[in-house]
Design a protein. Structure first.
Length: 402
């Protein structure tokens, strides 16, 4: 399921060809100046393609490239170029790469970024530079607030709040009363728990225990022992990546899988963790803005094309890249394949109302955060694979941005 990626440490310019050089090939095979060719639209893509987050960055860029390739790397007769920068989760490095894309490569728009640490600084930079940025990650709630709203920064992915607040409502309405919460001991791990508890406890349920583990914890036994002692109705966990793999595996190995329901932030049980988690993931409830099993023509086409194109199963990062590219392309199309100025591009992005593999999306003018569906999911066995099926849909979820 997981494709290996090669570390890319230099920017890669895609789809430039002879058109980008201002040359065309005549019938005689001789290069001659191109005639009346529109200036290509340049998209500066930022993603970690080496280091610890390389697989996430690869999935994001796969989604981005797939969408633009579906449009023949053009819009309204204008060619599109992707200028891709390898951006690891280091704020200063990320800002340096962004400045290079804007000030040297002269891109028309910035697309991407996974790290919230980069996201905070980049939002301030694009406001100063007056350059539109559409992020496909950077989920920390604080990045897109009413108080720091500016016309150049948009989040097409999701906020931590969006993915966790509906889960509290749903779990309480399903009859769960006693929850033990756990997650990684850093800001986003705690943000997820806060959002979940806001609605879960408002409906009369209660927290009976909590514990936060350091990032990269290998042995969850002390925490699982405490969970077993308390014996809650449900454990709500906000782990992601390798922490999610280990926690889910050890939860099952401790004998808790059949007696206590495990639920959490969507990254706890997602397509890129299932292979490693195996049967331990089956039955886990989670919430996110996408599920493999969304039963719509748009999602079915996306999944089929992604599997065919990359011989891999798409992840939430893959679809985040794809949707971010959709947003940018649709803004270009609205402007007739030209970007007269950044204010016009920002207005075109803000007016986005499109159908995506995740469902319909638009943007909140007060925060520039995406408005979208959130799906309550269950990991189920599907032939020889494990995938998330949709149990419930919360439509048009908006982050309050306060």
């Amino acid at each position: 399921m997981t494709m290996k990626t090669r570390g890319l440490t230099r920017r890669t310019l895609l789809a430039s060809g002879t058109a980008a050089a201002g040359l065309s090939l005549s019938p005689t095979g001789v290069f001659s100046p191109a005639i009346a060719q529109a200036k290509p639209l340049r998209v500066g893509v930022m993603a970690p393609l080496s280091g610890v987050y390389a697989s996430l960055g690869m999935n994001k860029t796969n989604g981005i490239k797939m969408f633009f390739n579906e449009q023949n790397m053009s819009v309204e007769g204008t060619k599109i170029e992707l200028v891709i920068e390898d951006t690891e989760a280091k704020p200063q490095e990320g800002l340096r790469k962004a400045r290079k894309l804007v000030e040297q490569d002269n891109v028309d728009v910035l697309l991407g970024v996974i790290s919230s640490a980069i996201g905070y600084g980049l939002k301030e930079y694009v406001n100063r530079a007056k350059k539109v940025w559409v992020t496909t990650g950077a989920a920390a709630d604080g990045i897109f607030k009413k108080a720091n709203n500016n016309p150049y920064a948009y989040r097409s992915s999701l906020s931590v709040y969006q993915a966790n607040e509906p889960m509290g409502t749903w779990m309480a309405e399903k009859g769960f009363k006693r929850v033990f919460v756990t997650g990684p001991d850093y800001a986003m791990g705690r943000e997820a728990i806060v959002a979940f508890e806001k609605t879960f406890r408002a409906k009369g349920a209660e927290r009976v225990g909590e514990v936060y583990a350091p990032l990269g914890t290998n042995d969850f036994a002390p925490y699982l022992t405490e969970i077993k002692r308390v014996n809650p109705d449900v454990v709500y966990a906000s782990y992601a990546g390798s922490d999610a793999v280990r926690f889910v595996q050890q939860f099952a190995a401790f004998g808790l899988q059949n007696s206590i329901k495990l639920a959490g932030y969507g990254y706890l049980a997602e397509e890129d963790t299932f292979e490693a988690q195996g049967a331990a993931a089956v039955g886990v409830y989670s919430a996110l803005n996408w599920a493999y099993g969304i039963d719509t023509p748009a999602n079915k086409a996306f999944v089929a094309n992604y599997r065919k194109t990359y011989n891999a199963i798409p992840t939430v990062d893959s679809v985040a890249g794809y949707v971010g590219a959709q947003v940018v392309w649709n803004a270009f199309k609205k402007l007739g394949g030209k970007v007269p100025d950044q204010e016009a591009l920002s207005k075109a992005v803000l007016e986005t109302k499109i159908d995506t593999p995740r469902g319909p999306i638009s943007f909140d003018p007060d925060t520039r955060n995406v408005i979208q569906n959130i799906y309550i999911r269950e990991a189920v066995k599907d032939g020889n694979e494990i995938h998330n099926k949709v149990l419930a849909t919360f439509e048009a979820v908006r982050d309050p941005g306060v």
